[in-house]
Write a protein that binds this ligand. Structure first.
Ligand SMILES: NC(=O)c1ccc[n+]([C@@H]2O[C@H](COP(=O)([O-])OP(=O)(O)OC[C@H]3O[C@@H](n4cnc5c(N)ncnc54)[C@H](OP(=O)(O)O)[C@@H]3O)[C@@H](O)[C@H]2O)c1
Length: 326
């Protein structure tokens, strides 16, 4: 099979397709024929900085998510031909991931999906929409009538969160760095938008949010916790601000009374959340967002764009082409 393999930290232009033997199934694992895969910023970071670390099982096929069909169900609950998505759980880091025609994956991170979406649209969903929905549902307990602030709203997860939160009956405030993005955020469902100058708590918002999805991260988290009404819920899911932790975190003084702080980590996807997510996408006719599609043998170009930023949304690898070229 065709696959992209990383042996060490390397540049985007060093990535290329090579041939690997088709993996053999083993109990608890299933073989997935991959049709498409979304790219993630964490994959650029892994290639640039983490591939030489002992916790990355090199040589490794990168890629933390994919969509495709079961090619060999092994001893699992699946049947060959089932349409599936897979994400996280060590994929593309501890074991080979999605930059390949096939992946051998633990059954627990593979989920059957009943959907009309084409492969490319479906590939925009797993990590991005799971992260957005999990944050809203598991951490913020989002309910119809809530007012949600999405901070870092122009990110891929932010835009997905706007679509999903509207479909869940919330009023949505989108916060982003540039006013030029307001039109796009409104078109996705944001009821109003605010420019993020790092001090939203002192901005005159038309309505006070009782919930907030923090995608800029620890850099603006204290300000977000001051922005929500009481009781208020804040979920830190992102680190767009490139500050990963809160220095000298003193929860007594730094979490305001009546504010409930949570963090979301997509590493442990559950079937219940996946099923709810796809039910919502179907019921609300949500169109999964993506910006650019590359073939597997254009991986160097795709990673260059991923690393540079500015794709304006999810980058997808179309792997169906690789199968068709045989
Ligand atoms: N917790 C988890 O399990 C999990 C899972 C997935 C992703 N994440 C995190 O969620 C965040 C969003 O991921 P993504 O893939 O959606 O990102 P993305 O699409 O790559 O977001 C990039 C966009 O975010 C905006 N942005 C960048 N820096 C910003 C800043 N300091 N303040 C406000 N906006 C900023 C920029 O838009 P403008 O140029 O328009 O400002 C940029 O184009 C990331 O931090 C990612 O690491 C977490």
């Amino acid at each position: 099979m065709k696959a992209v393999v990383i042996n060490h930290c390397c540049k985007a232009e060093d990535l290329k397709v090579s041939e690997l033997p088709l993996p053999k199934v083993k109990p608890g694992w299933v073989l997935v024929k991959i049709h498409a895969a979304g790219l993630n910023h964490s994959e650029a970071l892994m290639r640039q900085f983490e591939a030489d670390s002992d916790y990355i099982n090199t040589p490794v096929v990168p890629g933390i998510e994919c969509v495709g069909e079961i090619a060999d169900a092994s001893d699992s609950r699946f049947s060959n031909g089932d349409r599936v998505i897979a994400l996280m759980g060590g994929m593309g880091r501890s074991f080979n991931g999605s930059y390949a025609e096939y992946a051998l994956l633990p059954e627990k991170i593979v989920f059957g999906v009943d959907t009309d979406l084409d492969w490319i649209s479906l590939a925009a969903v797993p990590e991005t929409y799971y992260t957005a929905y999990g944050s809203l549902q598991e951490c913020l307990l989002l309910q119809p009538g809530d007012t949600l602030l999405v901070r870092g709203a122009t990110s891929t997860v932010g835009k997905a969160a706007i679509q999903l939160a509207k479909a869940m009956g919330a009023t949505v405030i989108g916060a982003c760095r540039r006013e030029q993005s307001f039109g796009e955020l409104r078109a996705l469902g944001a009821d109003c938008c605010v420019t993020d100058d790092a001090h939203i708590s002192s901005a005159a918002l038309p309505v006070k949010p009782n919930k907030a999805l923090e995608l800029v991260g620890p850099k603006t988290l204290a300000d977000t916790m001051r922005t929500v009404s009481r009781p208020g819920y804040v979920c830190n899911t992102g680190i767009l601000g490139n500050q990963f932790t809160l220095p000298d975190f003193d929860p007594i003084k730094q979490i305001p009374n009546g504010v409930f702080l949570s963090g979301f980590f997509s590493n442990y996807p559950t079937r219940q959340v996946i099923n709810e997510l796809f039910g919502l996408i179907a019921r609300a006719h949500i169109r999964p967002l993506y910006s650019k599609v590359f073939a597997l043998d254009e991986i160097a170009e795709a990673h260059t764009l991923l690393e540079r930023g500015g794709a304006g949304g999810k980058i997808i690898l179309n792997i169906s082409n690789a199968h068709e070229q045989k």
